[in-house]
Design a protein around this ligand. Structure first.
Ligand SMILES: *[C@@H]1O[C@H](CO)[C@@H](O)[C@H](O)[C@H]1NC(C)=O
Ligand SMILES: *[C@@H]1O[C@H](CO)[C@@H](O)[C@H](O)[C@H]1NC(C)=O
Length: 290
C-alpha cells in the first residue's frame, strides 16, 4: 500500500530547500576543516612569522611551505599505530646515505609500512618499490597511491638456497652484465624494463619473503642488486640487505655483495658500497680481503 501524502506540494518544496541549504553548509564546513587545510594554515603561519620583517608578499607561495607529500607523510606516521619493521638504528644507516645522495634513484625490494618514509626521505628523487604479493600491493596502493610500485614474481624457494649458492659460483655469474641478458641462474630477468634502465644510487633488499622453506627467499634479489651495481655506468651504488640474521641473507650478501665492499652492519641490516665494474676488467668480482 502506498503511504498517503498529506503534505501539499508547497510544503515539500520548502522541506527540499531546507535540506539543500544544510547540505551546502555541511560541504563547505567539511572542506574548510579538512586536515590538509589545517596543515597549510599552520605552515603558512610559521612562514609568515619567519619573514615578519619582510613583507609577506615578497615570498613566493612555495618558498618555505612544507611540500604536500611530506605533510601527508608526517600526518600518516603521526596518526598510525603501525611502525616500520626496521629499527631506528637500522633505518638511520640508510637515512644517512640518503641525506648525502637524495634526491636520487632508490630501488626497494619490498613494499610496506616503511615505504612512505623511504619515498619521503628521497623527496624529489625517484623511489621504486618491487613487491611479490599481489593482494598486499593492492592494499598498500589504496593507502598510498603516491608510491611507485610494481608487482614482480620470483620462481625460487628458500629450500633451493644451497643449490643456488653452488650455481652462483660459475664464471657466468661472475661476469658483469645487464641482469636481463645474464647467463646466471641467479639473475632476475622478469623485472619491469625501467628497473634495468635506471642507474640506481641506492638499492634496499627487504623482500621477498624468506622466513619459511617454501617462501621465495632473497637469493636472486641480492645477486641482482649486486649485478646492477657493478653494471652501473660509473660511480658507486649503496646496497642494503635486511634480515641478515637469517642464513640466506647472511650468506648471499657475503658472497655476491662481498665482505670487502661491506661498510657497516647495524642490527639486522648490512650496508655495502659497490663500485661500477664497467670497463674495469681487472677488478675481481669481490675485492681481496687483507
Ligand atoms: C599563528 O601565529 C600567531 C602568533 O604570531 C599565533 O597566535 C596563532 O595561534 C598562530 N596560528 C596558528 C594556526 O598556528
Ligand atoms: C631474526 O631476527 C628476528 C627479529 O629479532 C626474529 O624474529 C627472527 O626469528 C630471527 N631469525 C633467525 C633465523 O634467527
Amino acid at each position: 500500500m502506498k503511504p498517503k501524502s498529506n503534505y501539499p506540494l508547497k510544503h515539500k518544496l520548502i522541506l527540499l530547500g531546507i535540506f539543500l541549504a544544510f547540505l551546502v553548509i555541511f560541504l563547505s564546513r567539511s572542506s574548510f576543516s579538512s586536515t590538509h587545510d589545517v596543515v597549510y594554515s599552520v605552515a603558512q603561519n610559521s612562514s609568515l612569522q619567519a619573514s615578519s620583517e619582510a613583507k609577506a608578499s615578497d615570498c613566493s607561495p612555495t618558498c618555505s611551505k612544507i611540500p604536500n607529500p611530506l605533510a601527508q607523510a608526517l600526518i600518516h606516521y603521526t596518526t598510525s599505530t603501525i611502525t616500520p619493521q626496521q629499527t631506528l638504528k637500522e633505518i638511520s644507516v640508510t637515512a644517512r646515505v640518503l641525506k648525502k645522495k637524495s634526491p636520487c634513484n632508490f630501488l626497494v625490494f619490498g613494499l610496506g609500512h616503511d615505504s612512505l618514509m623511504w619515498s619521503s626521505l628521497n623527496y624529489g628523487g625517484r623511489t621504486v618499490f618491487l613487491e611479490e604479493d599481489a593482494a598486499w600491493i593492492e592494499q598498500i596502493r589504496r593507502r598510498f597511491p603516491m608510491l611507485e610500485s610494481y608487482h614482480v614474481t620470483y620462481d625460487s624457494k628458500v629450500n633451493q638456497a644451497d643449490n643456488l649458492m653452488e650455481a652462483g659460483k660459475v664464471p657466468e655469474c661472475m661476469a658483469v652484465s645487464d641482469p636481463r641478458y645474464s647467463m646466471c641462474q641467479l639473475a632476475l630477468k622478469g623485472l619491469p624494463t625501467e628497473v634495468y634502465e635506471i642507474q640506481w644510487d641506492l638499492i634496499m633488499v627487504d623482500a621477498p619473503t624468506g622466513y619459511y622453506e617454501e617462501a621465495p627467499g632473497r637469493m636472486t634479489a641480492i645477486y641482482t642488486a649486486g649485478m646492477m651495481a657493478r653494471n652501473r655506468n660509473n660511480g658507486e651504488t649503496d646496497v642494503f640487505v635486511h634480515d641478515v640474521n637469517r642464513s640466506v641473507e647472511e650468506q648471499f650478501s657475503k658472497a655476491f655483495l662481498c665482505e670487502g665492499y661491506m661498510k657497516k652492519q647495524e642490527g639486522r641490516l648490512r650496508h655495502f658500497t659497490i663500485p661500477s665494474h664497467r670497463g674495469e676488467s681487472s677488478l675481481p668480482f669481490c675485492p681481496t680481503l687483507n
